[in-house]
Design a binder for this molecule. Sequence first.
Ligand code: PLP
Length: 402
Amino acid sequence: MDTATPQGPGLESREIGWHFLQLPGPTNIPSRIRNAMDKPAIDQRGKQFARLALKLFGGMKRVFKTRGGEIFIYPSSGTGAGEAALVNTLSAGDKILMFDSGWFSLLWIKMARQFGLSVEVMENDWRRAPDPEAIEARLAEDKHHAIKAVFVVHNETSTGVAARIPEIRQALDDAGHPALYIVDTISSLASMDFRMDEWGIDVAIGGSQKGLMLPPGLSFNAVSEKARRVSEHASLPKCYWDWRWHRECEHTGFFPYTPAINLFYGLEESLKMLLREEGLENVFNRHARLGEATRRAVGAWGLETVCREAREHSDSITAVLVPEGHDADRFRSVVLDRFNMALGGGLQRFAGKAFRIGHMGDVNDLMLSATLSGVEMGMDLTQMPHTPGGAAAAERYLALGE
Ligand code: PLP
């Protein structure tokens, strides 16, 4: 007779069923997208590829919600598109206003310093988004317009805090400040609403491995007419990322280097799912429901999210603080070994203190319910103090909206 208990060693590390990849990126890649990429290579200078590329530029305009903006597609992770945003718009010594409000915000600060930009940093405790009022006040002081760009991360993937992007636009306008508005949408694009034109964004930065449900390897810039004009005088060194090199791609479908052809097939399928089948607004509503359900679970467990402010909660990732004296990384490792589920870890100041639940991309109600059950069972197994019933609270919300 098998005497192993349900928690017994016999069940550990067994990879039965599917792996629950509940990270805030990379996210699950639907099988139809994987299948769509399973194609032979084609001539990247042939008509067939050009047709595909032109279609994708059009689709990405819809994803960024821009009519007149230019789209650039790079074969890189999101960091590359961030570098492209900086080197195409700024010159050495230019002042840029940035925010130390999370791990990814810090990434951009480090990058900007490395390029010799004069970085002015506004800090917070990483539990809030950049404050539009403080931004307005700072910009209003900058009478001679020394600040050339304001760089904001829309959805801080390390904390689950979402910046109020339209309010920051308003802050720039109210201060009458001409700085470029650069926004990292890497973990919000195609999962949380983003409106390039309506919100007056000058450069948006995107990546493939999050809401677009693709493997890592494609990144994007969406660029306003104003940013395009500024870029003509921007003198930071660049070559591979130079918008001037790529400008024609959007019209010809040909790239100045070998494009990531198979990822393009994947993007074609992803855009079909997002734009034609589900519809972007439904995609955002689905993420909003999943986000709310997750927060209800966290509340019912008696735990706290890293995000302190209700109107700044991310809908695609929830970071949960573990009770004092408990180790979030040990908890995650138990969940992985026991339930074959990957959760995100706390980064930098939240290392060991928080874990992150990704509910981004190809996720439905039952996948989230299972995820939250896995989290709750993991808390039982690691004796992490919590009130039982969080997963049930989320399920009730998902089923009945209450
Ligand atoms: N910015 C944000 C908000 C991110 O979530 C990430 C990655 O997770 C990055 C930047 C860096 O992108 P990548 O890892 O694709 O280079």
